[in-house]
Design a protein around this ligand. Structure first.
Ligand code: PBG
Length: 324
């Protein structure tokens, strides 16, 4: 048979009709790096175009994001070195940067979905997502603190908590703790399949949160393992997660696809800092077209089956598609 596939590509209007995947502003989650104080911005050398900012300056961006139709932000606090310690106590400070920021954002933008990252690495002088004792990252003791952290965020007005630590059993424990305190309506967006990826480097620069010793391979998943990733996805669903994150996105499109096929929950893909920086830097050098590659990268992630994408391109991409 001689098939004329080109009939469906003959002109733009036909191509539009048969287009299978689209991205809308509804799919975008906007990540924010928070610093303490007022009217301050700091560049992040390994993430050109992304800045750490004080909340007052983020308000401007959030306002713009909402006007463009973005529904959600995810918050990452940058904690000064003198507030980090081995017990990560700043993680459960009710008056810490994150809880106070959640409160202020909620007050100013009550309709916005606020997502907070649950993990200890921004607060831990060891730079790990859990407490370190004799070179071991402790599971159950870490989970106890993560539960407290989740409650403080809930009390501050967060809509969704996103545990990114990869400790075992934390989704179940956080769900039980939230429910026991009456926070039945706070969702858990679990970083279920989080790989021990080399693509988080720029994020760790942004937060000054690189592990002081060793790597994260005893808790994050081996990049070689997709079955294990699916196991984590299914267990987090069973433990009570409301949404599941696959992270990073582009190098793990097979995992996104399989997660989409095997779970009925919304699948979130995190296009991480390294993915962002690779595209941004190549574009800055003039090797690639920023808008085209940004679009194609997000499209591939949606095509693989993601319902939502956490991306540092959120604001820029929203501007791009709103213009067209
Ligand atoms: C930490 C956390 C990380 C990211 C989100 N939460 C880094 C890590 O696990 O070391 C990475 C995000 C990115 O690279 O954009 N719990």
């Amino acid at each position: 048979m001689f098939v004329r596939g080109r009939r469906l590509r003959k002109k733009e209007s036909i191509r539009n009709l048969v287009e299978e995947t689209t991205i809308s502003v509804n799919d975008l989650i906007f990540p924010i790096f928070l610093i303490d104080g007022k009217n301050k911005t700091e560049d992040i050398p390994s993430m050109p175009g992304v800045q750490r900012k004080t909340l007052d300056l983020h308000f401007h961006d959030i306002n713009q994001a909402i006007k463009l139709g973005i529904n959600a932000v995810i918050l990452f606090p940058v904690i000064p070195k003198n507030k980090k310690n081995k017990k990560a106590t700043e993680a459960i400070n009710k008056n810490g940067l994150l809880p106070l920021s959640i409160k202020k954002i909620k007050k100013e933008f009550p309709e916005l979905v606020i997502i907070s990252d649950i993990a200890l690495d921004p607060f831990n002088s060891d730079g790990h997502d859990g407490l370190v004792y004799k070179n071991e990252v402790l599971n159950d003791k870490t989970v106890d603190i993560l539960c407290k952290q989740a409650i403080i965020h809930a009390q501050s007005g967060v809509d969704i908590v996103a545990p990114s630590d990869m400790m075992d059993g934390r989704v179940l424990k956080i769900r039980q703790k939230l429910d026991s305190k009456g926070f039945h309506d706070i969702s858990i967006m679990s970083y279920a399949a989080k790989f021990a990826s080399s693509l988080y480097g720029p994020f760790r620069d942004a937060l000054n949160s690189s592990p002081k010793k060793g790597d994260k391979k005893t808790y994050q998943i081996n990049p070689a393992n997709s079955r294990e990733a699916i196991k984590e996805i299914l267990y987090d669903e069973a433990e009570g997660a409301d949404m599941l994150i696959v992270k990073p996105a582009s190098f793990y499109l097979d995992v996104i696809k399989e997660a989409r096929d095997l779970s009925l929950l919304p699948i979130v893909a995190y296009q991480v800092s390294g993915e962002y920086s690779m595209i941004r830097t190549a574009a800055d050098k003039g090797y690639l077209d920023l808008n085209d590659v940004m679009h194609e990268s997000l499209l591939s992630i949606k095509r693989a089956g993601a319902d939502m994408i956490i991306t540092y391109f959120a604001l820029e991409y929203a501007k791009l598609i709103r213009k067209n």
